[in-house]
Structures are given as C-alpha cells and as structure tokens.
Design a protein around this ligand. Sequence first.
Ligand SMILES: [Zn+2]
Ligand SMILES: [Zn+2]
Length: 83
Amino acid sequence: MMKELIKPFACTLCSASFSHKFMLEAHIGTHSSVKSHRCDYCSASFVQKVALEKHLLTHLGKYLFGAPTEKVYRSTIDKGPHF
Ligand SMILES: [Zn+2]
Ligand SMILES: [Zn+2]
C-alpha cells in the first residue's frame, strides 16, 4: 500500500507540490521569469540565489586578482599634493 506524502505547498503555476516551503520557492523560481536576486554591484539579476552568489564572486575576483582602478586612484591621493 502506498501512503500519500503530505505536500501542503502547492505550486500555483503547475501541478507540482512540495513538503517544504523552501522547495516550493526554489521550484517557482525555475519557471518564473521574474529574476528576484539582483546584484548590488551591477545590473545583473538571477532567478536562482546560487547563480547570484556565483556571479558575486566574479566581482570579488576583480579585487583579488586584478588591479582595481580605485586602488590606483587612492594611492595617488595618499601621495597627495604638497601643502
Ligand atoms: Zn510549478
Ligand atoms: Zn554584478
């Protein structure tokens, strides 16, 4: 005999249902065109949070591996003009 699993969280967009709210939210994200996870550093936005987190690493990578122009600019200020 099969006992039906209790899945109280039903998708409003299809017939899928889930036993946990976070699973439903993740599922809705997969077939929603609304990109709710936006990057703070640029205009990119993502359906899935993990995609945003991966994207954020590319921004952080600039500071780890690159030579950000901001740093160059600041070192120029540090030398400063003579008072
Ligand atoms: Zn669905
Ligand atoms: Zn970005």
